[in-house]
Design a protein around this ligand. Sequence first.
Ligand SMILES: [Zn+2]
Length: 64
Amino acid sequence: MVTVALKCPFCGSGDVRLYGTSNGKKRYAGNNTECSHQTFYAEYTYNGCKPDVKNAGNVLDLLM
Ligand SMILES: [Zn+2]
């Protein structure tokens, strides 16, 4: 059985299902009814939090 190690970035629950696609991005929905976000994009989990991606440039400046 092949499963994608995908978790909801908001509650960390792995109980998610494919919800559909929007703008070419796969959208997932969590089955955790207590989660504040019922749907999310898989890309978030790959890039981390969007604000942190912006700060990546600052980190590189510190290293140099
Ligand atoms: Zn969630």
